[in-house]
Design a protein around this ligand. Sequence first.
Ligand code: 6PG
Length: 634
Amino acid sequence: MVYIIFGVSGSGKTSIGKKVAERLALPFYDADDFHSKENIYKLKNGISLTDEDRWPWLEKLALEIKKWSQANGAVLACSALKISYRELLASKSVVLPIFILLDGTYVAIKERISQRTGHFFDPALLQSQFDTLELSKDILRVHINSSVEEVVNKVLMKIQTTQSQLGLIGLGVMGSSLAQNMLSKGFSVSVYNRQVAEVEVDVAKLFVESLADQTKVKGFDQLVPFIQSLQKPRSIMLMVNAGKPVDLVIKALLPHLDLGDCIIDGGNSHYQKSIARSQFLKEHQIEFIGAGISGGQEGALKGPSIMPGGSEKAYNVSGKFLEAISAKDRNEKPCCTFVGPEGSGHFIKMVHNGIEYGEMQLIAEIYYLLRFYITLTPPEISEVFSKWASNGKSSFLLDISAKILQKKEGEGYLIDKILDKAGQKGTGGWSTVAALDLGMPVSTISESVMARNLSGMKGERVEAAAAYQLKNSTFQGDRDAFIQDLEEAYHLGSIINHSIGFDLICKASEEYQWQLNLSEIARIWTNGCIIKSELMQEISELFKREEQKTILRFPDIVTRVISTKGSLQKTVSEALSLGCPVPVLSAGLNYLLTYTSALASANMIQAQRDFFGAHTYQRNDQPLEKFFHTDWEE
Ligand code: 6PG
């Protein structure tokens, strides 16, 4: 930022400017040092400068100001009395300099000048300076009727009010939507986007220009002035791609940050990376929050669900902003809460996405079954989904699926034109890997990742289909009754999928001693995020009420599972016998059947392990501390 301390001669521009520069750790410049020899001669001899004398001087200064604003910023003492002078000074810079007028009465300033020696300004010119001075709305005014120290403090306080409360780096779809959200909540925001020739050109500038109200936003394509435009302790949100870009930005920011500043990584970063980044930044006494953010573009714009993990100190710096921009639950509480220590925010966002993958696949396979085996049309399926939603099973994903199935293209439906090959950015896979590390059975989540992987093998599937020529059957029974079973199967599959996800969170909480509050996590997922649903609302209330930590053990849920299990069994067996793959529905059913079996098949696994590898086994008729080995072929 370039701060221009201006006013009539004798108002204290140089002395105040120097001290302000010192306090801001910025270089100080005196505009008088940029005058031509001719101008200095005139000034020394009490000859007023004409505007013709001034234009080249102001032009030169404008170029300097541009240079300083692109570097670390500066403080400039300059008379800049007329609006047109100030406009020229600001004309070359993308980030406008801030003008601070040292304001005093004619008598007070005359008094000051008459006490000064060795200055080339003739006090006789004072009146003409007062006559020339033009005020404008964009200037800050500081009265000089107090000591130098006090005036300096007042200037610094004024400057503070011009600095932004929040900084945001990365103006992609999510970043620019979040920045607009911040502005809509009344925060002043500085935004930064890198310049990449032909790819990302003037992104920050264009973003600012696209806004109807530009009073509270500043755009930067240089990192240092961006940092300097922020109030301290700084809250800087990174909305850059997960992975290396996050580390590169942190590295670039670090030398310019001050103790206690807080970086918030709002991308889908891996939780282990967030732990490492927190530790690294802690060594530099910089705070860090790894914040999962869910809700897509619309959520970012209107209020997402935010899952911040980090130190409490970090949350004290930036939590208020995150809560303000988040969605609100049905009691108007923010869908943002301090989740827990380093890494926990991104861990739960990862599991959120794991659950999201499971829910998406559930809907996808039910759509597929209805479309190709029950032979309903897309709008008929849409109607089925809408009916389920109105029966208390509403969710963001079910609602958008109903809309997707209504979308026409020409005579047909767009859904039929979309290639059946699912993309993924990795969070579902990360949930699966994390579950493997923690020894947790995330059957529905891992199966949904596998379903995406298998969908990705499109070419091979086409060839295999040609090689096998399998004939799939069409459902022949009572459609309405089947669709009713399917509704219950969907609901139960969804309960199982949520139970699996929350169990993974619970296990991580114990393992890493995060002390996560499951009810609060469910609550912040009741609005703003992709997996918001009526079920989530119920889960958040049940977690508050119940001692149990597993959703499938809540008494209300047990009753519901018992009454719907038959529908899930019928649906899965019917689908499979028709030749319709239902990987997540069947994974959910298998999970449920095993989870509720006191006696599993693992005795055979143990016997096999002991047979071929002498891995030993425990017995159900002996204390569990004892391990046995048998010579099986004796
Ligand atoms: C969200 C989404 C969001 C993003 C997913 C998509 O909560 O807002 O989960 O984070 O859409 O990362 O992930 P895939 O590309 O892996 O489906």
